[in-house]
Design a binder for this molecule. Structure first.
Ligand code: FRU
Length: 430
């Protein structure tokens, strides 16, 4: 397993990563450009027997959607539909779906046998490179312990194959599993250091820089902040909110060999969870996106479950928030938890955003109240499938939702999408 890189291009002495600041986050508000429409259930759900949430595509080293004998492959965190949705994180396993046309998806088999690392597997990314597959994931929970726990390390499954014929795709093991990254305690908080909500060290995302050719793995993490730190103007409560976007580099380009580097961005004093970070390169600039929750904002700030974004001139550049505050996509005020875990990917001169359908018909300031509903009602309100894909116009540091596609519609850039600009946000944007 890799260590931190002693020759990192950045020494941490006297240096701190670009910040998502409190004054930027203070400007978060619903606007016609950022609010998605209310989601209706899909007419057909290709995975009705499963809860589905975080989802990612098989891509090549250049970030293009990859194909196995003409099939595109989608990976999702899944749990049996009979389970209460709130329990799904404790049993998550990665399954895959495949499609020829990006609209009809089939499958739903497990990718790995029971030998994947961790008590369960959380989000990741999937690389198809030179005929080899590298399936990055979060090994959540220490499998050597008896109790359910929240240890997180970044792992990869490799050495297996996806086979395909005209009827579909299947996973052919054996897969070899390795831990590739663990927090170092200096740039990245470890479990013992965490003071507030549970620490994060998860959601690996492969990214090769198109300008420099450098090979990177982004991930969600936290910055260690000592209790007596003067960050956050000495407000101790705020220092517990210390989310960061972490990065590791592979100097040789080997998808198995990683060295930790200092974070790309942090949200110390602002937010605890900068989830599933990923980059979309565009016009020589770097659009960094992550998801975050209403309840993970630091005291005194009011944000939403949403997709947040920043832009810089290089991967390790000075990130500025999109739309002034960082908010790119959020849910309508009447259904603030209807979608989550957004994934942005390029389509011609726009950006598409895929997410999962979370809790519908549920308003309020927190999801806590969901547990007061009957179990049947909790299940009924959970979408547990993919949301309609959103279309984003991007102009420099401004973005605007300009259209939607169907649930589970993941086009490649060869597909013609309607040239529409008819999107009208819901009334309740303020
Ligand atoms: C986001 C997330 C990820 C994590 C997964 C666990 O939806 O919190 O960060 O990998 O869900 O279920």
């Amino acid at each position: 397993m890799s260590e931190r890189n002693p020759d990192s291009r950045r020494s941490t002495e006297g240096w701190s990563p670009p910040q998502w600041t409190r004054s930027q986050a203070d400007g978060i508000e619903r606007t016609p450009e950022t609010v998605a429409p209310v989601i209706e259930p899909p007419p057909e759900d290709p995975a009705a027997d499963l809860h589905i949430w975080d989802t990612w595509l098989l891509r090549d080293r250049h970030g293009e959607i990859a194909e196995i004998d003409g099939w595109r492959v989608l990976f999702s965190l899944t749990a049996p539909e009979e389970l209460l949705p709130g329990k799904r994180h404790d049993v998550a396993e990665i399954r895959f779906f495949y499609s020829r046309n990006g609209t009809e998806w089939h499958g739903g088999d497990r990718v790995f046998e029971a030998d994947a690392l961790g008590q369960r597997q959380w989000a990741g990314s999937a690389l198809y490179d030179d005929g080899e597959l590298y399936l990055y994931y979060t090994a959540a929970g220490d499998e050597s312990a008896d109790d359910l726990n929240y240890t997180q390390r970044i792992a990869v499954g490799h050495g297996g194959r996806f086979e395909a014929d005209e009827d579909g795709v299947w996973s052919e093991g054996p897969w070899r599993h390795e831990t590739i990254l663990e927090p170092d305690g200096e740039w990245y908080e470890n479990e013992d250091q965490s003071r507030g909500m549970i620490y994060t060290f998860r959601d690996p995302w492969f990214f090769e820089d198109p300008e420099t050719g450098e090979t990177n793995l982004l991930f969600e993490a936290n910055t260690p902040v000592p209790v007596d730190s003067d960050r956050c103007d000495g407000d101790e409560a705020q220092t517990e909110f210390n989310g960061s976007v972490g990065v590791a580099a592979s100097p040789s380009g080997d998808p198995l060999d990683w060295e930790l580097e200092p974070p790309l961005l942090d949200g110390v004093c602002v937010n605890q969870e900068l989830e599933r970070p990923h980059v979309v390169p565009r016009d020589g600039r770097y659009y960094l996106f992550f998801s975050s929750h209403m309840h993970t904002f630091s005291p005194g700030l009011h944000g939403f479950d949403g997709l947040y974004g920043f832009v810089a001139d290089s991967l390790r550049g000075e990130y500025e928030p999109l739309n002034g505050s960082g908010l790119v996509v959020t849910n309508p005020a009447s259904v603030p938890f209807q979608a989550y875990s957004w994934m942005a990917f390029p389509y011609r001169d726009e950006i598409l955003v895929q997410s999962f359908y979370n809790y519908r018909e549920f308003a309020g300031d927190s999801l806590d109240g969901i547990a007061d509903l009957s179990e049947a009602e909790q299940r009924r309100r959970f979408g547990g499938t993919l949301s309609p894909t959103l279309r984003l116009d991007v102009d420099g540091d401004r973005t605007r939702i300009h259209g939607t596609l169907a649930h589970w519609h993941i086009p490649t850039s060869e597909e013609e999408l309607p040239d529409t600009d008819e999107y009208r946000p819901p009334d309740e944007v303020g």
